[in-house]
Design a protein around this ligand. Structure first.
Ligand SMILES: Cc1cc2nc3c(=O)[nH]c(=O)nc-3n(C[C@H](O)[C@H](O)[C@H](O)COP(=O)(O)OP(=O)(O)OC[C@H]3O[C@@H](n4cnc5c(N)ncnc54)[C@H](O)[C@@H]3O)c2cc1C
Length: 380
């Protein structure tokens, strides 16, 4: 399909694609096997400025449009979805600071994040709040010039490898949703420590850990926006921006699975005939191709629209839902086309499937996306 990309967008896709295939793809299986963090890949990506993709040039980033960012993430995910997840999580943290930070905070943090010298993480999820951020328990109490933070977070991507954390905390329990705020917490802060690394089913090169805050001291100037604006800040960043990055990871995985399945359908010969001659294989290929096209059409259209119109929340939710669920179907069909070979580790297919599965849980689960979309459409 012709997506009417501009010359600049084609260049981003080509440049990042080349780096990803040369530097990330050859190491993706090893990263998945060992669960070691994808530092080498991130260092290589610094050359293409992807870590500063959404940060404006005044803070040493390159200020890409949303569709260019999506294209870059897709190319990275085709090679190594773990690296793509690490970049998206870092970019969400940068985006939070960009949207909610004051001049001093932007100057202090964004330049080193844009250059990839300091990695970011965003921290919402907690053991007892599950899918519902309104139930978060991590408490921040202002004492003099510092917030004293107590609580914990789980499943945080880039944890321990990051240096800058955008952390959702409760500053005033009496105010309900309006008592939730966002703080920047630096890695070296007193009282900040890390728990066990999660052994995930997929996306294994993007580390996930618990974070602990025990009387953690955070300067009061690290408050992002005003007290009580935490939920607004995090929604703006995750729904308004992060969902496009998440959908791009799913899109890259679906495309990689389709490419591999097409090759296999031609090359796998049984009883003298390539398996692609079977109509049921052809049907799967056509369904997969349609799935990839619908992800891209919806994703590219809404990502372009995001830069020109005010973004529609319901569209962002739908894009993330459609991309993550379709990528699971596409990678699952690819696995079927590979037969028993796809179920073993010699081909990347089972990794694509495991990686795609995680995207229907992360950021917002399929169930929560569906209920939110339904509520918005009904007007509840
Ligand atoms: C790979 C990965 C990376 C992650 N990275 C981060 C990160 O960087 N930062 C961060 O803050 N978090 C991160 N998370 C956490 C992620 O956001 C949560 O896993 C997710 O919000 C779901 O929460 P839960 O796992 O506690 O599921 P639960 O809330 O325990 O939900 C369990 C099941 O119940 C369903 N359910 C819950 N409530 C409802 C409801 N009201 N209606 C219908 N169904 C419901 C859910 O959809 C799910 O199917 C990551 C998760 C993964 C898998």
């Amino acid at each position: 399909m012709d997506w009417n990309l501009t010359e600049d967008q084609k260049l981003v896709k080509e440049t990042v694609g080349k780096i990803a295939q040369k530097e990330l793809a050859p190491r993706a299986a090893e990263v998945d096997n060992t669960g070691s963090f994808i530092w080498d890949g991130l260092k290589k990506l610094r050359e293409s400025d992807v870590l500063g993709a959404i940060i404006p040039s005044e803070y040493d980033g390159i200020g890409m449009d949303t569709l260019s960012f999506v294209l870059a993430i897709e190319e990275i995910a085709k090679a190594c979805a773990s690296t793509a997840l690490a970049v998206v999580s870092h970019s969400i943290c940068s985006y939070i600071i960009l949207c909610a930070g004051n001049d001093e905070q932007k100057k202090k943090y964004l330049s080193s994040m844009a250059k990839g010298e300091r990695l970011g993480a965003f921290c919402v999820h907690e053991p007892n709040c599950g899918s519902n951020a309104l139930a978060l328990e991590t408490r921040a109490v202002l004492k003099g010039d510092e917030y004293i933070v107590n609580g914990s977070k789980i499943f945080i991507t880039n944890a321990q490898e990051a240096v800058i954390y955008a952390v959702l905390v409760r500053t005033d329990p009496s105010k309900g949703p309006q008592g939730i705020s966002m703080l920047i917490i630096e890695k070296e802060s007193e009282g900040f420590s890390f728990g066990k690394k999660e052994e995930k089913m997929g996306l294994r090169g993007a580390s996930s850990r618990e974070l602990f805050f025990q009387d953690c001291r955070v300067p009061k100037e690290n408050l992002l926006g005003n007290e009580g604006e935490g939920l607004k800040v995090v929604s703006q960043a995750i729904i308004g921006f992060g969902f496009y990055g998440a959908a791009a990871i799913s899109s890259g995985l679906a495309q990689a699975a389709l490419d591999a399945a097409l090759k296999h359908a031609k090359e796998r010969v049984i009883a003298g005939e390539p398996i692609g001659k079977n109509q049921l294989i052809q049907a799967k290929i056509s369904e997969m191709s349609l799935g990839v096209d619908t992800i891209k059409t919806f994703l590219y259209l809404t990502a372009s629209g995001r830069d020109t119109n005010s973004p529609s929340i319901v569209d962002a939710l739908k894009v993330k839902l459609h991309a993550s669920e379709t990528a699971i179907e596409v990678t699952n069909k690819a696995l079927q086309i590979f037969g028993g070979h796809g179920y073993c580790g010699d081909f990347p297919i089972e990794r694509y499937y495991r990686d795609a599965r995680g995207l229907a849980l992360h950021f917002k689960t399929t169930e929560l996306l569906k209920t939110d979309i339904g509520k918005m459409l009904i007007g509840l």
